[in-house]
Design a binder for this molecule. Structure first.
Ligand code: NAD
Ligand code: UDP
Length: 314
């Protein structure tokens, strides 16, 4: 049995990771300040003697004895990470410093939830890990993009300078149950709008693309990455290479829900990337043939079912 710290453990991805690591027989400490996460995501674990919940902000130092740290604390939706952009930078950078300092002191393995946003609005397609990206360093997305890029730099420097056992994964757009209905990201927005019969808000002309990964596939990749030997640090892309335009996504959700919602076009936010698709060759090679198993329609059906039940309860 390992003792594992998950920062951002009450969020969408973090809460699924808590479930999975508990189910695999580990002891899990979930740390969160509930900025975008919620106790309701992990309430079912509160009576489990191997689960501990701690209200804490990663911008402040924290000490605990653990074997592994998954550093997920950071708002991920553009709406939320732009709400207090300075805090977002602090969370990524000071959070990384605090967690890396802890990992160094207690000799724990530490994994960073980085992002495809480090590639910015890419002019290489699909994006391999060797691509350095095209990020606007002063735009409205930079609090997130540059925060995560700085965190990657910190991780690699703690590894080079202090031999900390680090793992960096670059997560591409991931969706699934437990996304916050007010999260603002495209999959949850479209599903909630379709279920409520409200207009589907497409930003720009809807031809921009994303590659959507179901949360279970991400968890499998994350855990396999944590288990790789000490010499492999990443960064490594974890995503589903199947790429869709926002119009295609909207049509798929309308088709599954049978909703009569109309499409409404809204202005494209500044610096919105035009395309995104992971090159996952490295992940396949290093993570024992890992590849996503759940394709968009199947994942959407599960996610729509979740939101349908949630909306009926409220
Ligand atoms: P989320 O917003 O649901 O989860 C983030 C969690 O971190 C929340 O529970 C929030 O309350 C917590 N948090 C935020 N600031 C904190 C702070 N200062 N101290 C402590 N806790 C804090 O988002 P998510 O989709 O679950 O994302 C989890 C991680 O994965 C994030 O680091 C995100 O950048 C990364 N990621 C997610 C995606 C995606 O598509 N979902 C893509 C790339 C990277
Ligand atoms: N988007 C949209 N309508 C929405 C929310 C988002 O058309 O209601 C678009 C957004 O402009 C972007 C894509 O969907 O091009 C993905 O946005 P999201 O915020 O989910 O993730 P990110 O831009 O960080 O990849």
């Amino acid at each position: 049995m390992k003792r594992i710290l998950i920062t951002g453990g009450a969020g969408f991805i973090g809460s699924h990771l808590c479930d999975r690591l508990i189910n695999e027989g580990n002891e899990v400490i979930c740390l969160d300040n509930y900025f975008t996460g919620s106790k309701s995501n992990i309430v079912h674990l509160l009576n489990n003697p191997y689960f501990e919940l701690i209200r804490h902000d990663v911008t402040h130092p924290f000490f605990v004895e653990v074997d592994e740290i998954y550093n997920l604390a950071c708002p991920a939706s553009p709406v939320h990470y732009q709400y207090n952009s300075i805090k977002t930078i602090k969370t990524s950078v000071m959070g990384a410093i605090n967690m890396l300092g802890l990992a160094k002191r207690i000799k724990a393995k530490i994994l960073q939830a980085s992002t495809s946003e480090v590639y910015g609005d890419p002019d290489i397609h699909p994006q391999p890990e060797s691509y350095w990206g095209k990020v606007n360093p002063i735009g409205i997305r930079s609090c997130y993009d540059e925060g995560k890029r700085c965190a990657e730099s910190l991780f690699l420097n703690y590894h080079r300078q202090n031999n900390v056992n680090i793992k960096v994964i670059r997560i591409f757009n991931t969706y699934g149950p437990r996304m916050n209905p007010n999260d603002g990201r495209v999959v949850s927005n479209f599903i909630v709008q379709a279920l409520k019969g409200e207009p589907i808000t497409i930003f720009g002309n809807g031809m921009q693309t994303r590659s959507f990964q179901y949360v279970d596939d991400l968890l499998e990749g994350m855990i396999r990455m944590m288990q790789t030997d000490n010499s492999f640090t990443g960064p490594i892309n974890i995503g589903n290479p199947n790429e869709f335009s926002m119009i295609e996504l909207a049509k798929e959700i309308l088709d599954i829900t049978g909703s009569s919602s109309k499409i409404e076009y809204k202005p494209l936010p500044e610096d919105d990337p035009t395309q995104r698709q992971p090159d996952i060759s490295l992940a396949k090679e290093k993570l024992n043939g890992w590849e996503p198993k759940i394709q968009l329609r199947e994942g959407l059906i599960k996610t729509i079912h979740y939101f349908d039940q949630l909306l009926q309860q409220s």
